[in-house]
Design a protein around this ligand. Structure first.
Ligand code: SF4
Length: 379
């Protein structure tokens, strides 16, 4: 598995705490060079089944820049011919848009999406967040609802595997907005949907507004209703919930993300990217300028046997199918009930965990309280 971080965006969204910035053309050129240098220096010819370009907005790079990066990956790894190759995209960057209010004019080569497909990308993940223009403006997205619909429609001409990100709990958002969002999802018939509840993160415009009582957030009950509405409606319109926040049509589950939840090794390239070799978790320097000058990765964690057991449980439980007692035994040569029996029993009695033969998985109530249960698995 390979993750490639592209930290550039056309504009910073009001809620965004990701490692992203508005980059200029010279900086992008230097960044791509640094990225390629890192890929060459760490490439070991190992098998790669998934490649994921995330950000930031990877589609702020030109097709030629993306091609150079993919070429470096192919030269230094053994990329499976059926590999899943995803690119995250902002709807305002895959079609030409003009947002006079934000001063953004993105004149794109007309064949940009087709070009992505020709480069080998076979999955595109579009950060739509909402189909409501007023909400999009509040959260600071560069695109309109129309641009999102047009981007999805166009993307579907080139990709069978189109994913859409949606958010809930946004300022001024109500259930009617989400009703319309899911109606559009149904009509647009995308392959995959990820949902995110808004979190107010430090160093964002929303953080400042929130602290000044200027953010009209929906209350907890309304957010809970939104969560229930989304998690009940998506399966009703054909999307299987396969992870806490992810829904897919048959066979369109994200193989890359499943890799993270099942403890696979991965290389992370680019500013702030994390890697895991099965024992060590390392991270690159986060600052883009420093990364370009000289990246010195640091060891974040030595994953001990105990930490690996804990991760097996709390990452695996993110998935609706949960974890397998047999797989735990095969991996650690110990029975899961000998290690986590108390935690499993307690959460089972609370109605948060289900145990069915070999499988241990979150109940419907457990899915809504995921993080509290995961914390219980830290020994
Ligand atoms: S497009 Fe994504 S990464 Fe870029 S600022 Fe907005 S939320 Fe952050």
């Amino acid at each position: 598995m390979i993750y490639i971080h592209i930290p550039f965006c056309l504009r910073k969204c009001n809620y965004c705490a990701f490692n992203s910035k508005i980059g200029n053309e010279a900086e992008k050129i230097s960044y791509v060079d640094a990225l390629i240098e890192e890929i060459i220096s760490r490439g070991d010819g190992s098998e790669v089944e998934t490649i994921y370009f995330g950000g930031g907005t990877p589609t702020t790079l030109t097709l030629a820049q993306l091609e150079k990066i993919l070429h470096a990956v192919e030269e230094n790894f053994h990329v499976d011919e059926r590999a899943e190759i995803t690119i995250e995209a902002n709807p305002g960057t895959v079609i030409s848009i003009r947002n006079e209010e934000l001063g953004i004019r993105n004149e794109l080569v007309p064949n940009y999406l087709c070009g992505l497909k020709d480069l080998g990308f076979n999955r595109i993940s579009l950060g739509v967040q909402s189909f409501d223009d007023a909400l999009l403006k509040i959260i600071g997205r560069i695109h309109t609802s129309r641009a999102a619909i047009d981007s999805i429609t166009l993307a579907k001409n080139f990709f069978a595997n189109v994913s859409v990100d949606l958010m809930y709990g946004l300022p001024n958002q109500n259930l009617n907005h989400l009703r319309r969002d899911l109606e559009l999802i149904k009509n647009l018939d995308v392959a995959h949907v990820s949902i995110y509840g808004l979190e107010i993160e430090p160093d964002t415009k929303f953080f400042e507004l929130y602290n000044n009582n200027q953010l009209p957030l929906p209350d907890d009950d309304t957010c809970a209703d939104m969560y229930d509405f989304i998690t009940e409606t998506l399966p009703a319109i054909g999307y299987r919930r396969y992870e806490i926040s992810n829904f897919a049509k048959n066979n369109f589950e994200s193989r890359h993300n499943i890799g993270y939840w099942t403890g696979k090794k991965y290389f992370g390239f680019g500013a702030g990217a994390h890697s895991f070799d099965g024992k060590l978790r390392t991270s690159n320097v986060r600052d883009v300028a420093t990364y370009i000058k000289a990246n010195v990765p640091i060891v974040e964690e030595i994953v001990t046997r105990q930490a690996a057991m804990e991760e097996f449980c709390f990452l695996g439980l993110r998935m609706i199918d949960g974890i397998s007692a047999k797989k735990f035994y095969d991996k650690f040569d110990e029975k899961i009930f000998d290690i986590f029996g108390g935690v499993i029993k307690k959460n089972h009695q609370l109605g948060l965990l289900e145990v069915d033969g070999d499988k241990i998985f979150l109940s419907k109530r457990g899915l809504a309280l995921g993080n509290e249960i995961f914390a219980d698995f830290l020994l």
